[in-house]
Design a protein around this ligand. Structure first.
Ligand code: HAM
Length: 427
């Protein structure tokens, strides 16, 4: 046996239904908010992320699946989607061809991290990005979409945290204050923090080393150093979130592990995930499009970890059930049952039949295992009367239905069930 690679996983039947539910919900919501899907390659040039995600980030320094291909080019499996979407936006001049550049993507990302619950080497993101809009209301819209996704999935005790990391005007002041406050404590911090202090001091807030925490807790807060424009922007975001009654709290440590952020940053934290508690994270990146060779256009977005959303789902999500199980008794009954099976499927009903076992008992057992909603029985008596016996598997009630009417009958009750389910939970 050749096992799967460490940090990668198979998503098996039984779990895949949860994935389909999360994907369906995410897709429906994105489209309701006016975002359109984009699909970009998993393979990109290494320099896209070195430049986009940032040379100083852990992702680029330690976690990229980068290699030289047979043509001698430096290639990487994408560790995140934001630089890819910026590249596509610039490369195809989407600004001209799209009414508004509001995009989403779903797919696998790759980071060579230490695997643990909620952290994998191949994982999947829903990535949402908006280009060209700078009003605080669009920040609030993106946060609303993220929050509504978590709410619609009924993920319990989620929490929205926000912060502002300022812009190129005010950030230098904050960094100076940060380094001054660190002062003599700097040599007491871990090796990673020493490195961060010289490359990008904001990253010190990402530190998880226990002994460093008391020092980091005493450091100044980015929001106290914002320039007027950044202050006004952050005020606008908070006001709009309040107007929409979306609950938030400020986390001063939320500077995020990527270099491109300006102004708004945010995360939604789940309570059931242990150490890897960020269900999703994102923020504004007003310089990135230009930095990657495009026009001077702002951007904002977020990415949700699909594995983490699936892990945090409440227990009760199950896949669709088989609507009709067809049972044939005797050779003629079986021939008629096979005809009926195909008619049902062509009418849009999910229908199954047992091909191997001939006994009535064996067939009914199979219907139970599949949790079929109804069983349609065709035996000698039914054939003689031109009927099918329809058994409701939930309450055991049986009724005869005319053969000519049975497809419409089953289809009608299947639609009825689907309708009553979608009006309660589904999107
Ligand atoms: P990120 O915080 O690196 O941001 O990742 C976003 C989400 O992806 C995390 O909150 C987490 O749920 C999930 N995630 C990250 N790494 C792993 C992993 N190794 N295993 C499982 N899940 C993981 C970004 O990727 C930015 N591109 C987000 C963004 C979009 N900012 C602006 N636009």
């Amino acid at each position: 046996m050749i096992p799967a690679l460490r940090g990668t996983r198979d998503i098996l039947p039984g779990e895949v239904e949860k994935w389909q539910y999360v994907e369906r919900t995410a897709r429906a919501l994105c489209e309701r908010y006016g975002y359109v899907e984009i699909r970009t390659p998993v393979l990109e040039r290494e320099e896209l992320f070195a430049k986009g995600t940032g040379e100083a980030t852990d992702i680029v320094q330690k976690e990229m699946y980068a290699f030289t291909d047979k043509g001698g080019e430096r290639i990487t499996l994408r560790p995140e989607a934001t630089p890819s979407l910026v590249r596509a936006y610039v490369e195809h001049n989407l600004e001209q061809s799209m009414a508004s550049a509001k995009l989403y993507l779903m797919g696998p990302m790759f980071r060579y991290e230490r695997p643990q619950k909620g952290r994998y080497r191949q994982f999947h993101q829903l990535d949402v990005e908006v280009f060209g809009l700078s009003d605080p209301a669009i920040d609030a819209e993106v946060i609303d979409l993220a929050w509504t996704l978590v709410e619609t999935l009924a993920i319990p005790s989620a929490e929205l945290v926000i912060n502002s990391v300022g812009c190129s005007e005010c950030r230098p002041q904050f960094q100076k204050a940060l380094l001054a406050a660190l002062g003599e404590d700097l040599p007491k911090l871990c090796e990673d923090c020493q490195r961060r202090a010289t490359i990008n001091p904001l990253r010190i807030y990402d530190c998880k080393v226990e002994a460093d925490q008391p020092i980091i807790d005493r450091l100044p807060h980015a929001v106290d150093y914002l320039c007027e424009a950044c202050q006004a922007h952050f005020g606008g975001v908070k006001r709009q979130l309040d107007a929409w009654e979306i609950p938030w709290r400020i986390s001063h440590r939320l500077v995020r592990g990527l270099d491109y952020y300006t102004r708004t940053t945010f995360e939604v934290l789940g309570q059931t995930l242990g150490a890897q508690n960020a269900l999703l994270g994102g923020g504004r990146y007003d310089r990135l499009v230009e930095h990657l060779g495009g026009p001077d256009r702002p951007g904002i977005g977020f990415a949700a970890g699909m594995e983490r959303l699936v892990l945090a789902l409440p227990e009760s999500v199950a896949g669709d059930r088989v609507q009709a199980f067809v049972v044939g008794i005797g050779d003629d009954g079986r021939a008629e049952a096979l005809r009926l099976l195909r008619e049902l499927r062509r009418a849009g009903v999910s229908a199954q039949m047992e091909f191997e076992t001939k006994s009535l008992r064996g067939q009914m057992k199979r219907a139970d295992r599949l949790r079929a909603r109804q069983t349609l029985i065709v035996g000698g008596d039914e054939l003689a009367r031109g009927e099918v016996t329809v058994r409701n598997m939930e309450n055991g009630e049986q009724r005869p239905v005319k053969r000519a009417e049975v497809v419409a009958d089953v289809r009608h009750s299947a639609l009825g069930i689907r309708h009553s389910e979608t009006t309660t939970g589904d999107v």
